[in-house]
Design a binder for this molecule. Structure first.
Ligand SMILES: Cc1cc2nc3c(=O)[nH]c(=O)nc-3n(C[C@H](O)[C@H](O)[C@H](O)COP(=O)(O)OP(=O)(O)OC[C@H]3O[C@@H](n4cnc5c(N)ncnc54)[C@H](O)[C@@H]3O)c2cc1C
Length: 504
């Protein structure tokens, strides 16, 4: 999750002594049941069956209908030339994988939670939208587009700590000779990797034909320990290990920003995470046109318009919109049901399921940690946690844990809907190991967000595959339209979908 300290070579890494006598939990403590709240939108999706049999309660004619209220859908709405649009979001809240939860009137991230200042060679359209949203300014000295709201920057030195099989160390990749060779190997790509991914030069596209593992294995004497750290970082950002993601994605992770010249790059992480960007976009839009609890379950092309079938989950009614144009910024795997004709363009996409766990703490004297606390252990589904005290002094303190499951383990996510107790207990134990202190007595309650199709894995050929992204007034946006699972790519996909429709 934090790339910023990756290339701070030199300065010597500090290894903190291994001192792992995690306090055994007393039985009476374990018997206190921790309240757990699980949020999953899978069940809303399944309401389609009910919706189909309902009579249509209303029909409205509009210019553009946008499916999905994540970063991509809202960026599309911000980029439309006409005000005559509606955004349908199936969830009660907007945000998608950049969503947030309100605890004690303070918002906490439930997904994407940071971004870094943007180099000047990033795409003009995205940078312009971020300026329009009053989020960034150009700093001529650093030559970076930096964030205006400085209170949300994570102070240098507090960004990251890493727990590795019982030891603490400064960063995920150890400062070994192999790492230095790795840094030297990637040097030729300096300044060449940009965002959005559509602007990556064709000369680099051959890197999308092989896995990151094969690329590294070709040029470096890699060993298991080195690859364990690389795999952790790949899972953390791309949802797949080095044997799953392309060399293009792997190298992009390390070279998409100027980490290499020792520059401090601003890292923005408000307590609400990237829901901050969602809020900024929603402030630009008319709230009456943003429809939450609205599940789009059918798209039919009629003569000169699209007939869009929508289930209003709050009122249990079925509505229809006649729209001149549609921007589909929802997950593409559902096209199988919603618009099967378009599914072929996206059928290759593999999705990584993610789980986010917000652990709400009682006031306690738990030691300080860093903003992001990476956790490497034989259980590679648990990636670590973010400590809200670095972001805000507001109570309650919330430790937000992140899990990425292998694609084939979707059923594990479904099981969590019924019983998440074991995962919660295991997580509390791991975080207790991290603090070297039993945190369980201070855990007030736990909120879990399950995201079955959270993130497209940028496997070989994913980025460079030809896809039909606009046809007959229907345009596709979202990270899973052949983009990297990153805020900037999601946002750009929305902007380009809006533009494509009006250029069509
Ligand atoms: C755990 C996690 C952490 C991440 N961390 C970062 C990070 O720190 N920084 C970063 O840059 N990126 C991060 N990402 C990547 C993140 O996915 C993108 O940054 C971005 O949020 C994706 O936005 P999107 O609009 O493309 O997709 P989504 O966020 O998936 O939005 C799609 C929306 O469409 C809605 N929808 C789907 N189908 C329908 C339908 N039929 N009808 C109505 N609505 C529908 C969904 O409910 C959802 O709200 C993270 C992703 C995950 C999963």
């Amino acid at each position: 999750m934090d790339r910023r300290s990756f290339l701070k070579v030199g300065g010597g890494l500090i290894f903190l002594a291994a001192c792992r006598n995690s306090t055994p939990q007393k039985e009476w403590e374990k018997s206190r049941k921790i309240p757990i709240f699980v949020d999953s939108n899978r069940k809303v999706g399944h309401q389609v069956r009910t919706a189909i049999s309902l009579p249509v309660s209303s029909t409205e004619t509009i210019d553009t209908l946008i499916v999905g209220g994540g970063i991509a859908g809202l960026a599309a709405a911000c980029s439309l030339p006409s005000d005559n649009y509606v955004v349908c979001e199936l969830d009660t809240n907007f945000g998608g994988t950049s969503g947030a939860i309100s605890i004690n009137n303070q918002l906490y991230s439930q997904g994407a939670h940071y971004d870094l200042a943007y180099p000047n060679h990033y795409g003009k359209d995205g940078l312009e939208l971020l300026q329009k949203l009053n989020i960034i300014d150009f700093n001529a000295k650093s030559k970076l587009w930096e964030f205006k709201d400085k209170e949300y920057l994570i102070p240098a030195g507090l960004e990251e700590a890493c727990y590795y099989n019982g030891n603490k160390r400064e960063s995920v990749l150890e400062n070994t000779e192999l790492r230095q060779n790795f840094v030297a190997l990637l040097k030729e790509y300096e300044g060449q990797f940009t965002l959005p991914s559509t602007l990556i030069s064709k000369e680099l596209h051959h890197l999308d034909q092989l896995t990151f593992y094969d690329y590294l294995n070709k040029y470096l004497p890699i060993d298991d320990k080195f690859m364990e750290s690389i795999d952790y970082q790949m899972l953390d950002d791309w949802g797949g290990t080095s044997t799953q993601v392309s060399a293009l994605a792997g190298i992009h992770y390390y070279k998409s920003r100027p980490y290499y010249d020792g520059k401090e790059i601003e890292l923005l992480s408000p307590p609400q995470g990237n829901f901050y960007f969602i809020q900024k976009m929603m402030q630009q839009l008319n709230p009456n046109q943003l429809k939450s609890n609205h599940l789009v379950f059918g798209l039919i092309k009629e003569k000169d318009h699209w007939l869009v079938d929508v289930y209003d989950n709050e009122n249990s009614t079925r509505k229809q919109y006649k729209a001149n144009q549609v921007i589909y910024a929802g997950q593409k795997h559902a096209l199988k049901y919603i618009h099967p004709e378009s599914y072929a363009s996206f059928s290759d996409i593999q999705y990584a399921p993610w789980v986010v766990m917000n652990i709400e703490m009682e006031e306690c004297s738990l030691k300080d940690s860093k903003w992001q606390n990476d956790f490497l252990s034989p259980d590679n589904t648990f990636l670590g946690f973010v400590d809200s005290t670095i972001q805000t002094k507001n109570q309650p303190r919330v430790l937000t844990a992140y899990f990425c499951f292998p694609e084939v383990h979707h059923y594990q996510i479904e099981n969590l809907e019924e019983d998440a107790n074991e995962l919660v207990e295991e997580t509390i134990e791991k975080i207790s190991q991290y603090y070297d202190e039993n945190i369980r007595p201070f855990v007030k309650q736990v909120h879990i967000k399950l995201m079955g199709h959270a993130m497209p894995i940028p496997s070989p050929n994913y980025i460079t595959k030809e896809r039909t992204l606009v046809k007959d007034g229907l345009a596709f946006a979202g990270v899973d339209s052949g983009r990297f699972p990153l805020m900037f790519d999601a946002m750009d996909s929305g902007i380009q979908a809006a533009k494509a429709l009006f250029d069509e």
